[in-house]
Ligand binder design. Structure first.
Ligand SMILES: Nc1ncnc2c1ncn2[C@@H]1O[C@H](COP(=O)(O)OP(=O)(O)OP(=O)(O)O)[C@@H](O)[C@H]1O
Ligand SMILES: [Mg+2]
Length: 571
């Protein structure tokens, strides 16, 4: 019920203080009831009431309790703020550490987890947990203050009390069935909603919006029903807990009254029983009513921790002594987690500084996987992979990112100025550097003609640019990075011929000094490459200069002819 992992992330101090304040507050109440019972006994015995003492105690207790209430409020706020802050920090830094490595969650699920999930967890942590500990201490305190007067009814009360946790456990068993899928249903619903909104124009274009609307309405209805059955179960269990509390209290008081008539309990004693019996069950009952809300927190908690505990890429500590000049790959294999067949099998290749290597092959042949393994974005490869003379697994993450850049067609542009988007590539770049790269990708004139030039703000993901402009801007950003290894994964797919030509020229130019790997489906794009690597079902089937492959390789020739035919057919 209590996840110990929570306490590794948040300080226990606030929680302990919170419980302590509540215990002191209960202690004050017990003192007040005791003084009250004593004075009433005096009165019933015909003695005079010590008004000064009584009023003084009432005032002191009232002041003490109101101070404690303030402190408790503050402490609850502090505990929940601490929890939210440290959990959100943990989730966000995990998200950054994972980057686009395996296990990363889609943005919508991550947002839901970091916002809603942590809110739910907060109820569990700052309200349910203090109540749980307080409950145990409070029951013991009340028992101890009653047992001195008459042990039988005190023990009866103490025995009745565990009935409430028993009911809670029983309810929990039933609730577990409902709750096991509750949180994931909730996040799935959110993800679906987000997805439908993102793809709204597609749904509308294909006339599928009605169908999706109905689908989401059905899901929402199912979720509503699950929520309702949860709430009704909560109400029912509160009723049962009420019955136990009041019958327990009645039983305790009844036995105490019988003892009173038998003369084995003092008047103060019976008054204390009357005043404290109900109090005995209140903390447990409050715990019960918080339980179902907290269950949601527990399930969010396990989701949060399974995210936080996702294995992370392990990097080495080494740096490269000098700039990256060569990469040697020998007998490299890679299998994705939970997949049976290897995405790469026994690949051997080498890449040099100042060369242009093209990676070709049919869809699903392993090109992108190879690119990601080369940059250590996927962990657990087999075989040898060496940058200069250092094994990739020995290199630090920073060294890898400093020297190698992967540009694919998912590159993101922020809703910020063109300048800010470019500077992501290199914060130290000067204005002249920015114009130089824009010139290279033939965007300088376009930017110069914008009203605000470099300060012009882009729309989200550069949606106010054309596909070609967008891709060229992403290329310019990568060039600012001044890395040594550039891998371009299908950056020319879906762009106009003019942009494609510009991009290819830039890449050829870049390959004079840097190591460029270019993944493409179009063979006519790779005719100027220094070497072409042909992938087929995870294997590297052919390597060679394009002219040589055109001459000697059936596979390449056929593929090339096929493409030429397709292009002709399309034209
Ligand atoms: N995240 C993943 N989890 C499991 N399997 C994957 C994952 N990504 C790719 N694969 C599988 O690995 C194989 C190689 O995929 P990869 O993306 O490397 O191909 P590709 O050559 O880049 O294809 P394309 O030209 O279509 O981009 C495919 O069979 C694919 O289904
Ligand atoms: Mg690919």
């Amino acid at each position: 019920m209590i996840d110990k992992r929570l306490f590794q992330l948040v300080e226990k101090k606030s929680l302990v203080l919170l419980i302590l304040f509540r215990v002191i507050s209960l202690g004050l109440m017990i003192i007040l009831w005791f003084v009250f019972a004593q004075q009433l006994t005096n009165y019933l015995n015909g003695q005079s009431i010590d008004w000064l003492f009584l009023v003084g105690t009432v005032l002191l207790v009232l002041i003490g309790k109101s101070v404690l209430t303030k402190l408790m409020e503050k402490q609850t706020y502090k505990a929940s703020a601490e929890l939210r802050l440290s959990m959100r920090r943990a989730v966000m830094s995990k998200a950054f550490r994972l980057g686009n490595n395996e296990g990363q969650l889609p943005a919508s699920t991550l947002t839901q987890l970091a916002v809603d999930g942590i809110e739910q967890l907060e109820i569990y942590y700052a309200r349910f947990l203090p109540q749980l500990f307080y409950c145990l201490v409070a029951s013991l305190m009340i028992f101890l203050s009653l047992v001195g007067f008459a042990w039988v009814p005190a023990v009866v009360l103490l025995i009745c009390m565990p009935m409430i946790p028993v009911v809670i456990m029983a309810v929990m068993k039933i609730a577990k069935r409902i709750l096991s899928g509750y949180w994931s249903d909730y996040t799935n619903l959110g993800t679906k909603f987000h997805e439908n909104l993102s793809g709204f124009s597609i749904l509308k274009a294909y006339d599928q919006d009605k169908y999706k609307q109905e689908e989401i309405a059905t899901d929402a209805e199912r979720f509503r029903k699950a929520t309702m059955s949860l709430l009704s179960m909560q109400l029912n269990s509160i009723t049962i807990m009420d019955i136990i509390s009041y019958s327990g209290a009645a039983l305790g008081i009844g036995i105490a009254l019988i003892e009173f008539t038998g003369g084995t309990i003092s008047t103060t004693g019976i008054l204390m029983f009357l005043l404290l019996s109900a109090e005995f069950f209140i903390p447990m009952r409050q715990l019960g009513s918080l339980f179902h809300v907290a269950m949601n927190g527990i399930s969010a908690c396990s989701r949060l921790f399974s995210y936080l505990e996702l294995p992370e890429q392990v990097y080495g500590k080494d740096k490269l002594e000098k700039a990256l000049e060569k990469i040697n790959v020998h007998d490299l294999s890679y299998t994705y987690d939970k997949e049976k067949t290897a995405a790469l099998q026994g690949v051997s290749a080498s890449f040099q500084q100042g060369t242009f290597s093209a990676l070709v092959g049919k869809s699903g042949s392993g090109k992108s996987t190879f690119a990601r393994v080369l940059l250590h974005q996927l962990s657990g490869y087999e075989g040898e992979l060496v940058w200069n003379d250092v094994r990739l697994t020995d290199l630090s993450g920073e060294a890898i990112r400093r020297q190698g850049v992967l540009v694919d067609n998912h590159g993101y542009l922020y809703a910020d100025s063109i300048r800010a988007n470019l500077l992501i590539g290199n914060q130290q770049a000067s204005e002249a550097d920015l114009w130089r790269v824009l010139e290279k990708v033939c965007l300088a004139d376009f930017v110069r003609n914008l009203p605000e030039q470099l300060a012009e703000t882009l729309q989200e993901d550069g949606s106010n640019l054309s596909g070609g402009q967008r891709q060229r801007l992403i290329l310019a950003r990568a060039m600012l990075r001044e890395a040594e290894l550039y891998i371009f994964d299908e950056i020319t797919s879906g762009v106009d011929l003019e942009s494609e030509k510009i991009i290819l020229e830039v890449l050829q130019d870049l390959a004079r000094e840097k190591m460029v790997l270019f993944i493409s489906h179009r063979l006519y794009n790779v005719l100027d490459a220094d070497q072409v690597l042909v992938f087929e079902a995870g294997k590297l089937v052919e390597v060679g200069a394009p002219e040589q492959l055109q001459r000697d390789s059936n596979y390449f020739k056929n593929y090339f002819l096929e493409e030429a035919k397709l292009l002709k057919g399309g034209a």
